[in-house]
Structures are given as structure tokens and as C-alpha cells.
Design a protein around this ligand. Structure first.
Ligand code: ASP
Length: 437
């Protein structure tokens, strides 16, 4: 009888449960010294970090090569403006919905009233750069330096221009385009190689998280956490499926089914950026979005679209104000909504960055610095698991918008979308990519 192989997402899911069980077991045993030294801060830490680095290692080459390939396939550069416009519009809209939901929930359910978190050492505040800086910084003064630093927006800008120039360069451009197309397939193959070790990496990351989570601190701000979780789930299971149904008339359940590997990755590594390779792979090979659209909209979303983060910020702002007994006016709540939308644009999708942005938002509404520092410290203490969960929402939002834009541009392969098994063999590294000739 033929042995049925477990799908990659199933393997990751099992690894996640096993990691959680082992980590929780270590915590229940009172974190014995040998386990902390050899496992939690030893084996789990090393293996987890190696896995995160393997993923991060792929991000810059993949975004660059994939985007040059995508942009050089455009028949007309004006297509780019239209596609970008649609994506940015949808990204802003979903973030606005997310933060409005969050602020409303914070006002209605008052998570900060009666909370008794521990007094924690105040966090130092890092100010957000002004919007003008963010815009200027989108243009690289040295593309190689931007790549070395992993600065996503300048990389996107340069890759698109290079792709457009390739289209406009006739015969010479055609050869270069062929080269990038082939290189893109090779790098995607590299993604599948890294994905093979994902179950081990995920196990280590989750085990360390479960062993080191501060349960006592979590219990003290339980209402805040519960509210953030509930709004994240609401946004993911109501807003995205509604948008998909309204704009594309596709069955949203299939979308979630196909995106599950990327969602598990995002949860484990807490970073939209590090998840880009898997999001791109899922969106292209499993959902059926053309490379031309996916290579542009996915990295853009990982950088500018953070609905899950916006939800945490909206609720945390209300929580901190309520905890310190500060009465926020409607005007201040509206400022929070606008600031959160703006703040999400200039910040990369990396772990915990949402809290740094929150400090900037609270400064804008005139909250005293000492209280912001103290307030951020309180939510920071319980942020790990929230960060993991909101990153799932962040990348699901990116993929939703990418799918909607692709459908509207006729760049979604419906056969792939409706085929349950599409891309599975590729994900397992069994199928060879088609050669371009
Ligand atoms: N970890 C999140 C992301 O990478 C950002 C954040 O909310 O801190 O998408």
C-alpha cells in the first residue's frame, strides 16, 4: 500500500502542539535549571533562531528577483500604477476597519478598568520618523545598501524600476528577463528546501515560547489579552471572508485552507517579513495568483499593511488610558485611529515593532511620557503570544488583498484556486518547476 505523506502544514501543526506541550511541561516542572540551560536557552533557542535566519536569508533575494521578474512581465508600466493604487487603497481600508473595530471594542469593554498588572520598569520611548522622512526613504540612495539592511520599500522601488527598464530594452531586455525568470524559479526552490525543515524550527520556537511565558503577568491583564484575541479572530473570520466574497465571489474557505501553511509560519516566527517567502509561495502556487501581481503586492503588504498590529494598538491605547484613569475624548480616539493607520505604513513587519509604534501614537494624543513608558512596559510583558497571533492576521490581510487585486486584473488562475491539491507537491519539493522554454 502507498504510504500517505502528511502535508507540510499538518507536520508543522503537530510540531507546534508538541512544542507547546514540552514547553508547558518544563514550565510546570518549575523550569529546572538543567532544562533552562540545555533546552530552553540551549537547543530550542539555537534551533529556533537558525530556522528564523534561514527564512530571513531568503527574503531580500526573493523579493528582488521575484519583483524584477514580475515588473518585467508588465505589458505597460501604467498597469503598475493601477495595481499599486488598488492595493494601497485596500490596504488602507482594511487597516482603517481594523483599528476602528479595536478602538470601539476598547471603549465598550474597558479592558484597563480594574486591571492590576505589576509595576514594571518603564520602557524608553523611540519616536517615529516624520512622514516626509518615510517618503524620502522610499527612494534608495544606494540599492545595495538597502538590500544589505533589508529595507523593503527602497528594494521594492528599485526592483520595479529595473523590471520596467528591462521591458523597455528590447532584445537585451528579453535576455535579462529570461535570466531573472529562471533565477526566480531557483530561489523559489530554495524556499521549498527551507520549508522542509520548518516542523523542527517551529517545534523549537514554540517550545521556548511556552516554557518562558510569564503566566502570572498574563493572568493580570487577561481582559486586555482576551479582547485583542477576540478582535483579531473577528477581523480574520468576518472582515476578510466578506471582502473576498464581495470583491471576488470566491469561496473564502478555500482561501483559508490554502493559506494555512503561511499562517502557521507567521504564528511561529512573529514576523510578516520573515514569512514573505512562504506567503509568496502559497499565494502563487496554491491560491493561483500570477507572479506579476504577487511579487509586488505581497512584499508591499508585509511592509505597509498590518491590520493585526492596528487592532492591538487600538485596544492597547484604550487600555493604557483607562489604566491610568485618563479620559480620552472622541477627538483623541479619532486621532488614535488616524495615527495608527499612518504609523503602520513606515514600519517593517518584524517582531514586536507594533509596540514601538504605539509609543509614537500615544505621544501624539498628548499622553505624558512617563505614563506611556510604564503603559508600554505593562503590555510588553504579555506581548509575545499577541505578537504571534497578530502577525497571522497581518499576513492573511496581505494575501486577501493580493487575491482581490489579482482577480480584478484577470491574474487569478481559478483552476488552481479550486484545486485542493494545487501546489502541494511543489511545497513538498516533489514537483520540478516548469521551464520557461
Ligand atoms: N510582528 C508583526 C509583524 O511582523 C508586527 C508587530 O505587530 O509587532 O507583522
Amino acid at each position: 500500500m502507498k504510504k500517505r505523506k502528511l502535508s507540510l502544514s499538518m507536520q508543522i501543526f503537530i510540531a507546534m502542539l508538541a512544542g507547546a506541550a514540552i514547553g508547558a511541561g518544563i514550565q510546570l516542572l518549575g523550569n529546572p535549571e538543567w532544562a533552562t540551560a540545555n533546552l530552553v536557552n540551549g537547543l530550542f533557542h539555537v534551533v529556533g533562531q537558525i530556522f528564523v535566519r534561514l527564512l530571513k536569508m531568503l527574503v531580500v533575494p526573493l523579493v528582488f528577483v521575484s519583483l524584477v521578474t514580475g515588473a518585467s512581465a508588465l505589458s505597460n508600466p501604467s498597469e503598475l500604477g493601477r495595481v499599486g493604487g488598488k492595493a494601497v487603497g485596500l490596504y488602507l481600508m482594511t487597516t482603517a476597519v481594523a483599528v476602528t473595530l479595536a478602538v470601539t471594542a476598547a471603549v465598550l469593554f474597558k479592558p484597563g478598568v480594574g486591571a492590576q498588572p505589576e509595576e514594571l520598569q518603564s520602557q524608553t520611548l523611540i519616536e517615529q520618523p516624520p512622514v516626509s522622512e518615510v517618503v524620502i526613504n522610499m527612494i534608495p540612495d544606494n540599492p545595495v545598501a538597502s538590500m544589505a539592511d533589508g529595507k523593503m520599500l527602497p528594494i521594492i522601488f528599485f526592483s520595479i524600476l529595473l523590471g520596467v527598464a528591462i521591458t523597455m530594452s528590447g532584445g537585451a531586455g528579453r535576455n535579462i528577463r529570461q535570466f531573472f525568470e529562471n533565477l526566480n524559479e531557483v530561489i523559489m526552490k530554495l524556499v521549498t528546501i527551507v520549508m522542509k525543515v520548518a516542523p523542527i524550527g517551529v517545534f523549537a520556537l514554540i517550545a521556548k515560547m511556552a516554557a518562558t511565558s510569564d503566566m502570572a503577568a498574563i493572568a493580570k491583564v487577561g481582559k486586555y489579552m482576551l479582547l485583542v484575541f477576540s478582535m483579531l479572530i473577528l477581523h480574520a473570520v468576518v472582515v476578510y471572508p466578506t471582502l473576498l466574497t464581495v470583491f471576488t465571489k470566491l469561496n473564502p474557505l478555500i482561501f483559508f485552507y490554502k493559506m494555512r501553511a503561511a499562517m502557521l509560519f507567521a504564528f511561529s516566527v512573529s514576523s510578516s517579513n520573515a514569512t514573505i517567502p512562504v506567503t509568496l509561495e502559497s499565494v502563487e502556487k496554491r491560491v493561483g495568483v500570477g507572479n506579476k501581481i504577487a511579487s509586488f503586492i505581497v512584499p508591499l503588504g508585509a511592509t505597509v499593511n498590518m491590520d493585526g498590529t492596528a487592532i492591538m494598538q487600538g485596544i492597547a491605547a484604550g487600555f493604557i488610558a483607562q489604566y491610568f484613569g485618563i479620559d480620552l475624548s472622541i477627538g483623541q480616539y479619532i486621532t488614535i485611529i488616524l495615527m495608527v493607520i499612518m504609523a503602520s505604513i513606515g514600519t517593517a513587519g518584524v517582531p514586536s515593532v507594533g509596540l514601538i509604534m504605539l509609543a509614537g501614537v500615544l505621544l501624539q494624543i498628548g499622553m505624558p511620557e512617563a505614563q506611556i513608558g510604564q503603559g508600554i512596559a505593562i503590555v510588553f510583558a504579555v506581548d509575545r503570544i499577541l505578537d504571534m497571533t497578530r502577525t497571522v492576521v497581518n499576513i492573511t490581510g496581505d494575501a486577501t488583498v493580493t487575491t482581490i487585486v489579482a482577480k480584478s486584473e484577470g491574474e487569478l488562475n481559478l483552476e488552481t484556486y479550486n484545486d485542493r491539491t494545487a501546489g502541494l507537491a511543489y511545497e513538498r519539493g516533489e514537483a520540478l518547476p516548469q521551464t520557461a522554454d
